[in-house]
Write a protein that binds this ligand. Sequence first.
Ligand SMILES: [Zn+2]
Length: 268
Amino acid sequence: MKYLVFTLLVFSSSAFAQTRLYVFDCGSLRLDSLAMFGLEEHESDVREMFVPCYLIEHARGRLLWDGGLPKTVADANGDVALTGGSMAYKTWIVDQLAAMGITPGQIDHVAYSHLHFDHAGAANAFVDTNVIMQRKEWDAAFSGSEGFVDTSLFDAIKPDNVTFIDGDHDVFGDGTVRLVFAPGHTPGHQLLLLELENTGRVLLSGDLYHTRANRRLRKVPTFNHDAGQTLQSMDKIEALLAESGATLWIEHDRALADTLKKAPAYYD
Ligand SMILES: [Zn+2]
């Protein structure tokens, strides 16, 4: 009987028997031109980008990957001007999670592909969560030298709640949820590699590639920390894709996003 009680307790503490991946619509970007992505106008007809957030539920906890556009964009309730385009955001990620019955306090870890404003928008809502952060990204973001960084989006994060890393990192210690260091776009840029039982391996791109054309043509954006490093990271990631058989999801790919299930539906 004692044994039975023990097993039941252990079972109930593992809330998520199978790893799940949820995709959230965390906004969109409309652009007049793709010049800033290093592309000629004829090389891609993409003029709208998806902005995602992702939630991973693993037997050992929850991870939020990327934080979408800032809350102010959702609050604007319509198009917000952006140099050379506009952005919009229907429902703030924290409200989308609340609709699923999940509070920020129930998220165990957060990680960002990088700290540009369209990926760290909700960071200050997760200040009591363990933040897994590349040391180089954190240092560069506060150095004032990086464009597209708005420190007011993440300046409430307490350094005590940050787990600083330097390179690849196994989030839950079993190899199924891994941060893959791929610097260049920013000094601490990273991707997320997931192993899902039914879906297989999925690699979330961060901004290694903004569009399929960037991947096909190996083009680096003009707003980029180190082009040589980005090209090296592209080589690392293409080798990883070949070796792991993972499917690459380009996060900003609107055409891909339109085909994906959105939360509360999930991939497992
Ligand atoms: Zn981005």
